[in-house]
Design a protein around this ligand. Sequence first.
Ligand SMILES: Nc1nc2c(ncn2[C@@H]2O[C@H](COP(=O)(O)OP(=O)(O)OP(=O)(O)O)[C@@H](O)[C@H]2O)c(=O)[nH]1
Ligand SMILES: [Mg+2]
Length: 395
Amino acid sequence: MSQELGSGLLLLGVGGGGCRLAASVRSAYGEGVRVVCADTDAQPLRTAAGAGMTTVLLGGSRLSGHGTGGDAILGRLAAQDDLETLRAQMQHARTVVILASLGGGTGGGATPEIVKALHDMGMATVCFVTRPFVFEGEARAKSADRVLPMIEENADSLIVIPQDDLFSDAREDLLGDAIQVSESLISAGVTLLWRLVTKPGFIQLDPERLHKMVLRGGNARFGFASASGVDRARHAVEALKSCRLLRKGDSLSKASAVMLGILAGPDLRLAEIGEVMGALRSHAPKGCLIEMGTVLDAQYEGRIELVALSFESWVAAVSQPAPPAKEAAPPAAAEPPVADAFPIQPGSRRSRAKGSKLSFGATGRGKFRDVEPTLHEGQDLDVPTYIRRGIALER
Ligand SMILES: Nc1nc2c(ncn2[C@@H]2O[C@H](COP(=O)(O)OP(=O)(O)OP(=O)(O)O)[C@@H](O)[C@H]2O)c(=O)[nH]1
Ligand SMILES: [Mg+2]
């Protein structure tokens, strides 16, 4: 099994725009990326299958292989029809990177359903979604806005890419160019990220670190920049800081965690890594976690490319407190148990943030197993509070 497949990473394109982006990442990266394309439209799926990608036709019995025509409700129903087939294709994945373009019916309607299904399967999901260009009109923008909270509900990390932010304010680009440039920029950024975690580099940002970071990622911003020639490290980091996708540095200056990738040729110098990291550290808030990795590739000789995921609401894992041997006082009678006051839905982002991975035995009595239980109002006080109240702790 190749390293890429063994990493448990899978790329999933949803809808026309999402599948085109996924295909573009695959052609830039090479065959090592495991890609699944899911769409209601059979025609582009045939092309994707011809290029060796796994395809899943959504809602075939309902839509006969035609798109939804912009109807997000149809997109959602189509996803529900074929969730089992999709699930079967995802079985061995651990982290799924989803690409979708919002504004249409399939990307918009099917993505929230799929993200929820994957989350319920226990997979980490990183969603890159594009917002339509302003020139596409208000209806598409509103359709995207309606869908975003539904994706956010179950996605571990959500990166929204407003397509307009990929361009300069001058907007002298032609329409055809804008669409193509947007697609190639996004796919270049995602490819870079993919390389960063799957190709061994001088400093590797392995899938495990990606997995841990995205699990508590929340909303994130994504940006990239490159520079060549003299002072390329300084210029690249300056360009990253002024990148519109990172809100011209505003996102980085408020980030609680940043994942930074440096892609360069074998001529990359240690001092240049230091320069990039120093500039980023002084720009980011104090205490911001910065995870960095490098990819060295001969074709980047003379150049430095940077890619950053900036998490503004990333939460560090809570260290596990030592369970109290005895409880000092029982909780006030009127106060509901924590677990009841804040019900944790299985499959919600909240339940994951609570660290549902750490499990205990049914009684949780540990070293008090052989002593008389200290019962108070029906509760065994020798069992640590966090177990009695059903609060899971991060590992
Ligand atoms: N950059 C870029 N964006 C695209 C392209 N095609 C579509 N989009 C964007 O994606 C949004 C949704 O369009 P599609 O992906 O074609 O729609 P869909 O998800 O397939 O949904 P339906 O076809 O309506 O079922 C559009 O509003 C555009 O913003 C493309 O070729 N390049
Ligand atoms: Mg379509």
